[in-house]
Write a protein that binds this ligand. Sequence first.
Ligand SMILES: Nc1nc2c(ncn2[C@@H]2O[C@H](COP(=O)(O)OP(=O)(O)OP(=O)(O)O)[C@@H](O)[C@H]2O)c(=O)[nH]1
Ligand SMILES: [Mg+2]
Ligand SMILES: [Zn+2]
Length: 403
Amino acid sequence: MRTVCLNCLSELKFDRASKNWIWVIRQPNGHAATKVAGYTAKLSQRCPNGCDIDEETLNHPTKVIGFVGESASSKTHLIASMIYSMMNDPVMSQDWSIIPSRKSVKQWSALENLLINRRAIGATEKRQFTGGQLQRMDAVAANAMQRPMPPRPSTPVHPWSGLEQRAPILVKASSVHTRRTVNLAFVDVAGEDVADGKTAAQVSPHLAVADFLWFVVPSTLNKQYLAIMREHANDANEESLGNDVEHSQTVGRTVPMIDQIATLWREANSYPVDLPIEPPRLHVSSIVAKSDLLSLLNFPEVSVVAPPANWADSPYSTNGSGNLYSRDQIDYRSDATRSLVRKLFPQIDNTLALHFPWNRYFPVSAVGCGKRADNSYPVFKPYGAVDPMLYMLSLFEELWIDR
Ligand SMILES: Nc1nc2c(ncn2[C@@H]2O[C@H](COP(=O)(O)OP(=O)(O)OP(=O)(O)O)[C@@H](O)[C@H]2O)c(=O)[nH]1
Ligand SMILES: [Mg+2]
Ligand SMILES: [Zn+2]
């Protein structure tokens, strides 16, 4: 069984033969990432670096799930909406039990509270550095400005040391059929922090230990189509479409971001540069976010991919949750979404396919509508927020075998 200390992100593996926990050592330069050191016969409530460990992470395998995307692409809304939808969906609950871990309850409730009261969740703050790390960042900045670099410290500094901690939201997912459980650790990153590969490596160490990466691309990424959406805006989305900050993401920045994340992952895992990144080592899929805005465009795929134009105004019970649940239908929608992505922003699909050939697409509207100028939502009615989670759970082998 593999577990991860969610505080310092050390990886631990339980070796059945010796009944020992093994500590996976990651070198700062990414080399010898698989080197292991024996660890005490019985793991107590502490990781090798001395952090408190959530009891849940010792009882069940932990899957680290990272969301990557530019600022204001909807990452935090998606995480909150997807967990909310998993917990409250009547079809999902026939097969799954979803329980926030004890330590995440407070953080989770705060997010849930905003959504059910139809208030916007604020932008995620950048992670702060302490002492040594700040100097390193200065050095990077100095270099960029062509100033002479300060001398390098003689002892190598681990790139992830001195980093402000950010607690992922930990949720236990149990199959009611096999009675197996995995911990899902949802790691939320500030968009600014992944904007360039160097900063991402420093502030988002979880990217290197992730089991699943979700690339988040907003429906409005191509500004030519954003202009068309603005022309056709209606009451439900006029105010949010007018907000430039919300639609600041561009193809020009997202393409290098994907490329840099792939490079960063390869370095951290000593993975060959010329090989595509594939499961089971890392699962990667993409979410086309804010899918409620797609109904403003006139493409044949839209009716399969996006909620209808009156989604926010119609009563919940008449058109459900926008989830398809069945694998065949999810695959069908995924293919239609790829076809649409290849019209709206083809370079995104090319870059993803180059590094992550197994990438699939899930169109999701975390809220079901855009926010008003006063930071409130007319409705909280997610569209398609469960299907990507069902797909993800279906890939975790630990949940397959009956206990
Ligand atoms: N139309 C529409 N707007 C959305 C949706 N989800 C989020 N938004 C808007 O997008 C903006 C950004 O959402 P966030 O969840 O903060 O985005 P983020 O990717 O976490 O951004 P950072 O924390 O800055 O990295 C918010 O102002 C939301 O109102 C959606 O489903 N539909
Ligand atoms: Mg955020
Ligand atoms: Zn630790």
